[in-house]
Write a protein of this length. Structure first.
Lengths: 334, 584
């Protein structure tokens, strides 16, 4: 198991190097070069040259790349041209917000998706099953931003049950030692702050979690249907296992194997979905910041965020693989 | 052993059977409608008695057993008759009531050890949970009892093994664990559904011995489900023969073998290879036009045997020669940077196949026999040594030579269900090799396919059908037709009849013998089943752990085995001791 973790972390190095080459070349390949991108199309040649000299864009490519990688290695991801603050700082400021959002989205997706898929499988061919299949199909096909708008319009604008934007009520005064607002409220015993943060999370998390929920429900259903017809389930029944044990230890645990892989893959989907969801709900996470960076051609932020998100994604999948080993003993010896 | 208390076989009424099936009917509902799988089945199992249900696949034997333990597939139900277990009708019980019988009163040992253990739970826990849920023992006591049960089932080092997972067990070890599981709560009736058919013969024998010993000791009644008449005769007091969902004959094992009443039982007996080892020449002669010629050739083989054994190159009458061939596979190292280990699958193997003859390679799983077959098909390259086909070394870089070789050597594989493309019609399947090698026009190819169907005795109306619409035997005929399409010289049959029922198996063996006589084919016949090999082979190589431990003419190897291993293999064939009585 330790070997697997070390191997996977070692594999991360070439992945990130490859990604850094792509990101590096992408900025250099921009029409008019990075300086024009920074200054806008009507920049004077003098200004462009000044920027080129300032950022070293006039040096040979290899030299530029080595410098870039050297900076990355020391945690220097450059400076946002929009806010004039270090990219890493901007990322760390917003990351807790996105973590809260994606974790809640994942909790909703897993917490509803797995039971839903399980029930559908147990009632295969009946009304519950058909309803689940249709609903999950809708869940997969509906675009995230559309669902986000719909939820916002209905529950925030029309019914007023939830706030329509932000992470915290503007009138709320709370301290934030960690940046995770829900956690902060619990730590400082400001319960109303925690509650306020949760209320702000609900709609974006439902919107963000909808597609993973639908996918997890479908995979769970298929997996449970397959497992409950397996020989070892029949044998478990033949040896007189009680129903609860049969379901938890035999059927569900085996059915979770493909589901856990799927959950790992959803992390990437959640991070990309966060860009749209956070924008719709004006939620101050890395997603909405990325969207702004795209509109403002803030290349340092784009480059930096993409790299860091890649690391997060890889680590999340590693965590899933490790959990896979916990469920499936066959994976441990490999 | 006494911890759980022995079941009281004597507790039941002396004359009342433990299990009495009366006029049982089981119906399955599918999209195509209702179909009756079992009808009018009646038989008894008395306390302490072993009754075997024998029949081919689809005969309803497993369905009958599943009905007894209330584990019919979801679309199946008992639609008539009664299943009296200890006087109570299982068929009339609610799901909860049957569930209470399972494990504690009726145990089961399933067929396939590979798929019947929960892959994500420790083997010991899987037995302990059965003890707990049936109220036999709890917690630490259940775990201690589990180790006793595993030991009792003949699993060495049981305490350590109980902590392992199924994938760390071999097939034989898993089956022992399943036996321990089936008998864990000391049921009064044990249903053993083909308990050893997935295992090697030697393992099969030790496991069955252990099962018999245990059930005798405990006084457990056994309902043994098997396709193997020899095995049934050896292990059961009484035999129930089923055919197409009905019981065709019931009787004491010895009597049923000696004096079969029903036509189907007679056919089953005649076809059973384990009982027919004295009839090899007859079986073979029956399929060949010119009997005297074959016998003459057969006698000549004994003289040729020494030359064959040395695998001396340059003998013109050998279609293929395997000359000191070794195959080493690299295994992945256990540690991160450790050097990879290697595994010798085939170790310095030499033999040759005389033109127009059959050489069999027999051995248990892992003996390297299939690797030999793959190398002879040029699917795997030998690590060292040479295979010469018609005097030319196989596996050169020459592309045209390779294509020519592939035309002249054709395989037939074990599983007729997965070796045919489900999306091709039968006609297209048989035509495929002709197309691939660009032989003939469309009409010529169509003509050839019809000839081939004729050769393998299939009606021409199967041409437009798909593999799923054919039976196992028909599919294997299709596979043979496809193999013959290119007029090969050598056919490599890798367990080609092992997946078939005995009657179908004997038909296919006859067909192969007949085709050999007519077309002058040479066969390499890979099999784990010595009884089958006895029926078809002229020359036999016995493989153990990658090496050929014994080779010679079939008669020599079978009648006068020289090595301990061959003797063990031969002795392990079920029903071996019974055959003389049958023939004599």
């Amino acid at each position: 198991m330790i070997r697997l973790v070390l191997q996977r972390i070692a594999l991360l190095v070439p992945t990130l190097l490859g990604l850094s080459v792509l990101l590096f070349l992408w900025v250099r390949a921009l029409p008019g070069g990075p300086a024009t991108a920074l200054l806008g199309e009507r920049a004077t040649p003098e200004a462009v040259e000044r920027i080129n000299r300032l950022y070293g864009f006039d040096q040979p490519l290899l030299q530029q790349y080595l410098k870039y990688v050297g900076q990355l290695a020391t945690g220097n991801f450059g400076t946002s041209t929009r806010t004039n603050r270090p990219v890493l700082e901007e990322f760390l400021n917003r990351f807790p917000a996105t973590v809260e959002l994606t974790v809640l989205a994942l909790v909703i997706a897993i917490g509803i998706g797995i039971p839903l898929g399980y029930v559908a499988a147990r009632r295969q061919g009946r009304l519950t099953d058909h309803a689940t299949v249709v609903a999950s199909l809708i869940g997969v096909t509906i675009p995230v931003f559309f669902l986000a708008f719909l939820l916002k319009w209905l529950f925030a604008v029309q019914l007023g049950w939830f706030p329509s934007a932000g992470r915290q009520d503007p009138s709320m005064v709370a301290t934030h030692p960690t940046g995770f607002y829900v956690l902060d409220g619990l730590l400082t015993r400001e319960w109303d702050a925690s509650w306020d943060a949760i209320v702000h999370l609900v709609l974006p998390a439902i919107a963000l979690g909808s597609i993973p929920l639908a996918i997890i429900a479908r995979i769970t259903r298929a997996s449970v249907i397959e497992v409950q017809n397996a020989d070892y389930v029949r044998t478990a029944r033949a040896k007189g296992l009680r129903r609860t044990r049969l379901r938890s230890r035999v059927i569900l645990r085996n059915a979770m194997l493909p589901v856990s892989t799927t959950i790992g893959l959803q992390v990437g989907l959640l991070l990309s979905g966060a860009v749209l969801t956070e924008t719709v709900f004006a939620y101050p996470g890395i997603g909405s910041f990325l969207a702004e960076a795209i509109f403002n051609l803030d290349y340092a932020v784009l480059q930096g965020f993409v790299l860091i998100i890649a690391v997060v994604y890889a680590l999340a999948n590693l965590a899933v693989d490790v959990s896979y080993g916990l469920i499936d003993p066959r994976m441990r010896t490999r | 052993m006494t911890a759980a208390g022995t079941p009281s076989a004597a507790g039941a009424e002396p004359h009342m059977p433990l299990l009495s099936i009366q006029d049982l009917e089981v119906t399955f509902t599918t999209d195509a409608g209702r179909s009756v799988a079992v009808s009018g089945v009646s038989f008894d199992v008395r306390a302490g008695e072993t009754v075997a249900i024998v029949g081919e696949s689809g005969s309803g034997k497993s369905t009958t057993a599943a009905a007894v333990i209330g584990l019919l597939a979801q679309n199946g139900s008992v639609t008539g008759g009664r299943i009296l277990f200890d006087g109570r009708d299982v068929a009339a019980m609610g799901p909860g009531e049957i569930a209470r019988l399972r494990g504690s009163e009726i145990g089961m040992v399933p067929q396939d050890p590979m798929s019947n253990l929960n892959p994500v739970r420790r083997v010991g826990s899987q037995i302990a949970e059965a003890l707990e849920d049936n109220g036999v023992a709890k917690g630490r006591a259940a775990r201690a009892r589990t180790v006793e049960l595993l030991e009792e089932a003949g699993l060495p080092d049981a305490a350590r093994r109980a902590e392992q997972y199924p994938h760390e067990f071999s097939g034989g070890m898993r089956q022992r664990a399943l036996i321990a599981m089936g008998l864990a709560c000391r049921p009064r009736l044990l249903i053993a559904d083909e308990p050893t058919s997935a295992l090697d013969v030697t393992v099969q024998r030790t496991i069955l011995d252990r099962l018999t010993q245990l059930t005798d000791q405990l006084g457990t009644s056994v309902l043994l489900i098997t396709h193997d008449l020899g095995l049934a005769a050896e292990r059961a007091h009484r035999i129930v023969v089923m055919y197409r969902g009905e019981v065709v004959e019931t009787g004491p094992a010895a009597q049923l073998l000696r004096d079969p009443q029903h036509e189907y039982t007679r056919r089953l007996l005649a076809a059973a290879p384990s009982l027919a080892s004295r009839r090899i020449q007859l079986a073979k002669a029956a399929g060949v036009d010119d009997t005297s010629d074959l016998l003459a050739v057969s006698r000549g083989d004994d003289d040729a045997a020494p030359a064959v054994a040395t695998g001396a190159p340059g003998k013109a009458d050998h279609i293929i020669e395997v000359d000191h061939v070794t195959k080493v596979y690299g295994l992945r190292g256990r540690r991160l940077f450790s050097r990879s280990e290697s595994f010798t699958a085939v170790d310095d193997v030499s033999f040759a196949i005389p033109r127009g003859r059959t050489v069999a390679v027999v051995g248990e799983s892992g003996s390297g026999k299939s690797t030999v077959a793959k190398m002879m098909l040029d699917l795997v390259k030998p690590t060292s040594g040479v295979i010469r086909f018609d005097g030319e070394a196989v596996g050169g870089a020459d592309r045209t030579a390779e294509v020519a070789f592939r035309r002249r050597v054709q395989p037939i594989f074990q599983d007729p269900y997965s070796s045919l493309d489900p999306l091709f019609t039968i006609g297209r399947t048989i035509e495929e090799p002709l197309r691939a090698h660009g032989i003939g026009s469309t009409t010529e190819r169509r003509q050839r396919v019809r000839e081939l169907l004729d050769d393998v005795a299939l009606p021409s109306d199967v041409l437009r059908r798909y593999p799923a619409e054919l039976s196992g035997g028909q599919r294997q005929r299709v596979a043979i037709a496809r193999a013959l399409a290119l007029n090969p010289d050598l056919v490599v049959c890798d367990e080609a009849v092992s997946a078939l029922d005995v009657i179908v198996q004997s038909q296919i063996l006859r067909l192969l013998a007949d085709l050999q006589g007519r077309l002058g084919l040479s066969y390499l016949f890979i099999s784990h089943d010595l009884a089958v090999v006895r029926q078809v082979a002229d020359h036999v190589c016995v493989m153990e752990r990658g090496r050929i431990v014994e080779q010679g003419s079939a008669d020599d190897v079978f009648d006068d085995p020289q090595t301990e291993y061959t003797r063990t293999l031969l002795e392990a064939i079920p029903g071996r001791d019974l055959e003389l009585g049958l023939v004599g």
